[in-house]
Design a protein around this ligand. Structure first.
Ligand code: ADP
Ligand code: MG
Length: 463
C-alpha cells in the first residue's frame, strides 16, 4: 500500500483511488466560509484518505476536530459533495505534524476561538433538501410520517412527539422536514443532543449559563435529534430536564428523536423517560422491499434532474440492490451513489453481475454484527453448546470462548459493556472488562489466539 501513496500538499491517497483535487476544494472553502474562518480553520484540514463514499480528513488537534465537527461539518460535507457525489460521511484523524510548536499553536487557536463570533444561531441550520416532499412513504414509516405532518397542523396536540428507530431510517429527515414546515411562523430551534451538550459545556466554561438558558428556552418549537446521546451524562440530563419543563410550561412544541423507545433508554433518569413518553411515541421500522425500490427510483430521478443526465439502471438491477441492502436507507443511498459513479466513469449500463462485483465488499462490510451472531459463531467454532458457553461454569474450555465472545461483542458491535454483560447470562460489566483485557493481551502474546480470533472475525464478516 505505502508504495503507491503519494504525498503532495498534504494529500495522501493511493493513485488509483484518487479523484479529488484537494486544492480546488480548499479554494471553494475559502469562498464559502469567508477568509477569516478559512484561514483560522479550514485551511489546516488536509486530505488523508479517500474512499468511495467517505473521506478521512486530517486535523492538527482534538480540540480543532471538535470545533470543526460542531460548527462546520455539515457545510464541509455539503461542499465536498459538489466534487464527489457519492460522499456520505467524513471522518477526522488527528495528524500531529509539528509536535514541537504544539503549545504555541494551541494558545493561538484558543484565542481565535473567542475572536470568532460564536453565534448560537449557527447551529440552527435546517437542510432544505430534507423535506416532506422528498420523504417517501412506506409501511415502515407511514405512522411516523403522518404524525410528523399532523404535528405541524396542530401544534401542542402531540407533545412531545417522539420519533424512534434505528440508524439511517429517516429520523433526522423527518425532524428536519418538520422544522422547515414550521420555521416561517414559529421560532424553531433544531439541534442534535450532541450539539446541545457542546453548548452546555461551553456555556459553563464561559460562565454564561444565563444566555444558554435564554437561548434554548425562547423557542416555540424545539426539535432535538438523537436524544440517546445524553445517556449517562448526569449534569446534561439535569439541564435538559429543566429546558424541557420550561418549554412545556410555556406551551412550546417539542419534537424528539432517538434510536429506541423512551423506556428502553438506559442510564437516563426515570423522570426524563416518563416526560419523553408523555406525549406521542411513534417508530420507524426497517424499510420493506417496496419502499427501498421507491426510494432508489426517487433518488435516480433527483440526480437526473440535478445533473441533467440520464441514469441507466435497469429494473432488474434496482431490484437486486433493494433486495441485497438489508440494513438501512442511508446505506441504500450510499450504494446507489457508488453504482451511479461507476456507470458514469465507465460509461456503461450496469448489469446485475456488474453490481455484484462492485458491491461485493460493501455488502460484507455492512452486514450487521450482533451479539447473538457472535455467540453462535464462537460456540460453533469451539464446538461447545451455546447454553454451556453462556452458563456460569468456569472451566477453561468454556471460559475462554466465552471471553472471546465478549471481547468480540465489545469490538464489533456498538453495545455498551453493561449491555454485553446482560446478554451473557446477566454478568456484571466488570466481567466483560476483564474478558476484553484478557483477550486483548492474549492475542498480542499468543499467535494461536490471534489466528483463532481472526478466523472467527472472518466467519462473522463472511456470512
Ligand atoms: P436517521 O436520522 O434515522 O439515522 P436519516 O434521516 O439521516 O436517518 O436518513 C438517512 C438517509 O436516508 C438520508 O439521506 C435521508 O434523506 C434518507 N431517507 C430516509 N428515509 C427516507 C425516505 N422515506 N424517503 C427518502 N429518503 C429517505
Ligand atoms: Mg439522524
Amino acid at each position: 500500500m505505502e508504495k503507491n501513496n503519494i504525498k503532495k500538499n498534504n494529500v495522501y491517497i493511493s493513485e488509483e483511488e484518487k479523484t479529488l483535487n484537494w486544492d480546488e476544494i480548499q479554494q471553494s472553502f475559502q469562498k464559502v466560509f469567508g477568509k477569516e474562518v478559512y484561514t483560522s480553520w479550514l485551511q489546516k484540514i488536509s486530505l488523508v484518505k479517500e474512499y468511495n463514499d467517505y473521506l478521512i480528513l486530517g486535523v492538527p488537534t482534538r480540540f480543532f476536530r471538535d470545533w470543526i465537527v460542531s460548527r462546520y461539518l455539515d457545510k464541509i460535507l455539503e461542499q465536498v459533495k459538489n466534487f464527489k457525489l457519492s460522499l456520505n460521511r467524513i471522518e477526522f484523524k488527528i495528524v500531529d505534524e509539528n509536535k514541537n510548536s504544539s503549545e504555541l499553536t494551541k494558545i493561538e487557536e484558543l484565542n481565535k476561538v473567542t475572536e470568532i463570533k460564536d453565534s448560537l444561531l449557527n447551529y440552527n441550520r435546517l437542510n432544505s433538501n430534507l423535506n416532506f416532499e422528498n420523504f417517501i412513504k412506506g409501511k415502515s414509516n407511514d405512522i411516523a410520517l403522518s404524525y410528523s405532518k399532523k404535528v405541524c397542523d396542530h401544534l401542542s396536540r402531540y407533545n412531545p412527539l417522539y420519533i424512534c428507530g434505528g440508524v439511517g431510517l429517516g429520523k433526522t429527515h423527518l425532524l428536519n422536514a418538520i422544522g422547515l414546515e414550521l420555521q416561517a411562523e414559529n421560532n424553531v430551534m433544531f439541534i442534535s443532543a450532541e450539539r446541545f451538550m457542546y453548548h452546555f459545556i461551553k456555556s459553563i466554561k464561559k460562565n454564561d449559563m444565563v444566555n444558554f438558558k435564554d437561548f434554548f428556552r425562547k423557542s416555540s418549537v424545539f426539535i432535538i435529534d438523537d436524544i440517546q446521546f445524553i445517556r449517562g451524562k448526569e449534569s446534561l440530563q439535569e439541564e435538559f430536564f429543566h429546558t424541557f419543563n420550561s418549554l412545556m410550561d410555556k406551551g412550546s412544541q417539542i419534537i424528539i428523536s432517538a434510536d429506541r423507545t423512551p423506556m428502553k433508554l438506559d442510564r437516563i433518569q426515570e423522570r426524563i423517560k416518563s416526560r419523553l413518553a408523555g406525549g406521542l411515541v411513534v417508530d420507524i421500522d426497517v424499510p420493506d422491499l417496496e419502499l427501498k425500490i421507491n426510494i432508489i427510483k426517487k433518488k435516480i430521478q433527483e440526480i437526473e434532474i440535478q445533473f441533467k443526465e440520464k441514469i441507466n439502471l435497469s429494473e432488474e438491477t434496482i431490484n437486486y440492490v433493494a433486495n441485497e441492502c438489508k440494513t438501512n436507507i442511508r446505506e441504500l443511498i450510499g450504494i446507489l451513489n457508488r453504482l451511479i459513479a461507476f456507470s458514469r466513469v465507465h460509461n456503461k449500463v450496469l448489469t446485475v453481475a456488474d453490481c455484484k462485483s462492485i458491491l461485493k465488499d460493501v455488502f460484507t462490510q455492512i452486514r450487521i454484527i450482533t451479539v447473538d451472531k457472535i455467540q453462535n459463531i464462537v460456540s460453533n467454532y469451539y464446538n461447545i453448546p451455546l447454553a454451556e458457553m453462556l452458563s456460569q461454569r468456569r472451566s477453561r474450555p468454556l471460559a475462554r470462548p466465552r471471553q472471546i465472545a465478549m471481547y468480540l461483542a465489545k469490538k464489533m458491535t456498538t453495545r455498551s459493556l453493561p449491555e454485553i454483560g446482560r446478554r451473557f447470562n446477566n454478568r456484571d460489566h466488570t466481567t466483560v472488562i476483564h474478558a476484553v483485557k484478557t483477550i486483548s493481551r492474549l492475542s498480542e502474546q499468543d499467535d494461536e489466539m490471534r489466528k483463532n480470533i481472526n478466523q472467527i472475525k472472518s466467519l462473522l464478516l463472511d456470512q
